[in-house]
Write a protein that binds this ligand. Sequence first.
Ligand code: SIN
Length: 277
Amino acid sequence: MNIEVGPVSGGVGVEIHNVDIKQGLSDSAFETLRDAFVTHGLIFLRDQDITPDEHIAFAQRWGDININRFFPRLDGYDQIATVTKEPDQIVNIGGGWHTDHSYDHVPALGSILIARETPPVGGDTLFACMYKAYDTLSDGMKQTLEGMKAVHSSRHVFGEQSNYRETMKDRFSNAEDATQDAVHPVVITHPESGRKALYVNPAFTLHFEGWTTAESQPLLDYLYAHASQLEHTTRFQWAPGSIAFWDNRCTWHYALNDYHGTRREMHRITIEGSPIS
Ligand code: SIN
């Protein structure tokens, strides 16, 4: 059967049909997936009954694996970060709009997240398209943002002083590594698609370079509200074996925390990116 690629909403993302990662992907099948990923920045696959080793082998076709320094790791697999919420835990991981790794000098390309255990109801993930966020700004705002840079950090999330980290306790480690900040253009040109994308996010962006936090916040808040308007988004409902592979350079995501008292376990492999400008 031929691979089929179909949109899942008018906002962002496509679902890939007739692919079985376990059976291995031919070069031409892989190129179809790569085209879909570069074009849409977000691909979904369903019913992938893969082992951790097969997850790693699939990820390695996209690039080198980034071993996350803060997340818990799957036993025996440093390459796989676990994103778990137990029935007695209140806070989830990723429960707000963000793009991963914008605090790194070279942000990760993206992550391949597979659902291992899903709650009976809830636990969906929202995604938003940062190409659309940029494209739908006025010409005046585009000109204002052109040439501006923003400072991103992990300190307030994963660092020693973070309240969030305190809440997450045993789920994050290496607080001492959350020290570096990174400066990136507010509008980037995506290294593979060549399209412009808005590149600030509510979780990790601190302020515009050369602006105070107080000066930056009103404009950042405007951009966040603009970027996350529902027309730019999609909502993915998981089942065990569902996969989402998102591009951090042109999407945001938000893990909904609406399944208290039940368990959700996801396995995430992150792929190294290339410099952005
Ligand atoms: C994440 O932010 O990486 C986790 C997303 C999710 O659990 O749906």
